[in-house]
Ligand binder design. Sequence first.
Ligand code: THU
Length: 136
Amino acid sequence: MVKTVIDAAWQAKERAYAPYSHFMVGAAVLDADGRIFTGCNIENASYGLCNCAERTAIFKAVSEGCKELQLLVVCSDSERLTPPCGACRQVMAELAPMMKVILVNKTGQYLEMTVDELLPLAFSNDYLLKKRKEES
Ligand code: THU
């Protein structure tokens, strides 16, 4: 199954829209029902609107009703492993805190991480929900 998710991420990378950075990224997430959702980075002439591959995949999954994301794979053309940006890490902490994250490169190197390792001490919904409970 992991191999299928990795293959899906590589295929998604081919669909990256990255005319400005030319840095093509692919991602794929697996949910608890075995569904796979892919994502690529999608850039914009108004640079601040660029969306990373990871968030594309996660948002696609959540918008299709996925409640439990188990695995995210990230790949790019770089010979190095591609670490998710800070914004994507924060989104993972919110929507899939227990998800495994696997970074892969073309030479077959990979690194498996937890969301907590990627973003320790994340500001999470827990703080807001606790605060509301304390107030009521
Ligand atoms: N990018 C991703 O899609 N994911 C990452 O993990 C790192 C960066 C994209 C955003 C932008 O389109 C390009 O790579 C260069 O930053």
